[in-house]
Design a protein around this ligand. Structure first.
Ligand code: ATP
Ligand code: MG
Length: 581
């Protein structure tokens, strides 16, 4: 490919609306252009990268025994009603109507469709196990599509679905997929960590995520991990052992005491001269419009996904101060947010108030708690005495670094991660409600035991940029780079330089290297800048050195430069590329 013909427009500056590295780089280097919020054009360079990621995914999925198909992007409401998700999926599901007023949606994922396909064709235990996958655009009306390809509204996903006759069969396929995923990400030049996770809207019980560990802002997930054993989990799933803490108050009887101006836990601790671990803290959430109070030890935080799961909700937000005051008022209290407690709060906005507690509160004795009176708190309180322990007591706690590994007891560490793929054991979550069954050996109907396995193709490409860049641009891993190498004649007017450059270019192409020759009549500085920004893994510059028989060879990843012969340069690149296979 001639640089003069390549359809690419690099920009002088990073786009002003981009927050994360991959978004900035991919726009500036001419890979993507925004069409509308969260929706991007994949320009020729990007499309080459995406196709390479797809090829790696296809090769490994096929090797693992899965079969590719393609399902429609538009899906009918009826199937989503069968699974029960039409009502519960929330605003991420883009719903629309056709000219006959039939309701449809843009596929955010394809469990319903694949289950219907299986129901139609997988009738006997003899046909299983089977794993079907597709690579396709998905649409999710994400609330904040602000990270470029990392979180688009339209994005490309590989989604696979397995059908088995038993839990053991499912577990075997789950392990098979875990291994395929490890190979896929490694081939893409990414180091990933497989971590336990919450299964969210997809459902099911066991799930793992593949995380690209990154210290950039793009890591949307906190990953807790242990160096000593191999425990690692997304924050929405992580658990920990807590260090010793003082959870017993010194009061010998319960009473209500003055605590003026103690709006925060810290102020309350200072005023009463206690530690936060002796307080039961009450947080107010609105979950799917319904009021929920979450109780937790004063020094700990609520993990919102855990709370959502505890009450079976979909959308969660913390209540505003105004809502809390109103909630207190309608239940007969004249107080302020800092003094709220669960006692006597019955209903709000036409809903009963649900109270749930984190397990930490069970250890507290003679504790301090809000009693819905301004400038006062209850002290020396106990559960099953001054108040009842809520019906739901479960793990709602956000793990913090420094707490201890639940498996081996060593201090846990925390890092940020980008989720590039995940695997779920669905069981019969879709097959049972959709009546998707087969005949077993005894001629009895049974629902399929299913698994599902996703990889964000476009997110993986963006994550590769997050993991491989410097201030000058992208450093693509060779396997997914749009082109492997660029050959730059310093002066296109110099016949000898042009001749050597063209010879190298031809040699590379002949040996299967995807190369670009920068034939533009530009200053060398401009050519070098573009080469670095676009991120060609290898740069071969033909300049004055050619009089001594050498070219300049640059490895983008390490930025190492050496002067070697044209033959040596070509050989390094040809060897590296043939090793990819
Ligand atoms: P997230 O928690 O990041 O929203 P998810 O749990 O919703 O991801 P899945 O529904 O399991 O993700 O989708 C499978 C894969 O698709 C994810 O692992 C991720 O790589 C990718 N993916 C999900 N949402 C997006 C998005 N908005 N933009 C780009 N890729 C995405
Ligand atoms: Mg999501």
């Amino acid at each position: 490919m001639k640089m003069s013909k390549l359809f690419v427009q690099t920009l002088r500056e990073f786009p002003s609306d981009a927050e994360v590295i991959s978004h900035k780089m991919l726009v500036r280097a001419g890979y993507i252009r925004k069409l509308t919020s969260g929706v991007y054009n994949y320009l020729p360079l990007m499309w080459r990268v995406l196709r390479k990621v797809e090829t790696i995914v296809r090769e490994e999925m096929d090797k693992a025994g899965a079969q590719e198909l393609l399902m429609p992007f538009v899906q009918p409401k009826e199937l989503w009603e069968e699974s029960g998700r039409w009502e519960v999926y929330g605003k991420e599901l883009m719903r629309l109507r056709d000219r006959h007023n039939r309701e449809m949606c843009l596929g955010p994922t394809h469990e319903e469709i694949i289950t219907a396909i299986a129901r139609d064709g997988l009738k006997s235990y003899k046909q299983m196990p089977v794993n079907l996958y597709q690579i396709q655009s998905k649409f999710r009306d994400e609330v904040r599509p602000r990270f470029g390809l990392l979180r688009g509204r339209e994005f490309i996903m590989k989604d696979a679905y397995s059908f088995d006759t038993s839990q053991e069969g499912l577990e075997k396929e789950y392990e098979n997929m875990a291994q395929a995923y490890t190979k896929i990400f490694k081939r893409c030049g990414l180091n990933t960590k497989m971590v336990q996770s919450d299964s969210g809207a997809i459902g099911g019980s066991v799930s793992h995520e593949f995380m690209v560990i990154t210290d950039t802002d793009a890591g949307e997930n906190d990953v807790f991990y242990c160096d000593k054993c191999d425990y690692s989990a997304n924050s929405n799933h992580a658990i920990s052992k807590l260090p010793e803490a003082n959870t017993v108050g010194s009061w010998t009887k319960s009473e209500i005491v003055d605590t003026p101006n103690t709006h925060t836990i810290e102020e309350l601790c200072d005023y009463l001269n206690i530690s936060a671990s002796q307080i039961v803290k009450t947080l107010v959430y609105i979950i799917d419009k319904k009021p929920v109070l979450a109780l937790i030890r004063g020094d700990k935080q609520i993990e919102e996904t855990k709370l959502l799961n505890a009450v079976g909700g979909i959308e969660i937000r913390i209540a505003t101060a105004g809502e809390i005051i109103e909630m207190l008022e309608v239940n007969g209290f004249n107080a302020e947010p800092g003094f709220i407690g669960p006692m006597g709060l019955k209903e709000y906005n036409g809903y009963q108030i649900t109270v749930v507690a984190d397990e930490t509160v069970k250890d507290l004795k003679n504790f301090v708690i809000g009693v819905n009176q301004k400038d006062k708190h209850g002290v020396g309180y106990n559960f099953n005495s001054e108040l009842q322990l809520p019906e739901i007591v479960t793990d709602l706690r956000l793990v913090e670094a420094g707490e201890f590994c639940p498996v081996c007891g060593q201090p846990l560490k925390v890092t940020r991660g980008i989720e590039v793929g995940n695997i779920f054991q669905l069981g019969t979550k879709y097959s049972a409600p959709m009546n998707a069954v087969y005949l077993d050996q005894n001629g009895k109907t049974q629902p399929y035991v299913m698994g599902c396995y996703g990889i964000g193709i476009s997110r993986t490409a963006a994550a590769a940029v997050e993991a491989h860049y410097d201030e000058n641009g992208i450093k693509w891993p060779l396997a997914i780079a749009p082109y492997h190498a660029i050959v730059i004649p310093v002066s296109t007017k110099d016949e000898q330089q042009m001749k050597v450059a063209e010879d190298i270019y031809k040699t590379l192409k002949k040996h299967g290297v995807e190369a670009v020759i920068d034939d533009r009549d530009e200053r060398p500085g401009v050519k070098f800048k573009d080469a670095d920004l676009i991120g060609f893994p290898y740069r071969i510059t033909v300049g004055k050195g050619i009089a001594d028989g050498v070219v300049e060879f640059k490895v983008r990843e390490t930025c190492e430069i050496s002067n070697i012969t044209p033959e040596q340069a070509a050989e390094i690149v040809v060897t590296a590329v043939s090793n990819l296979k």
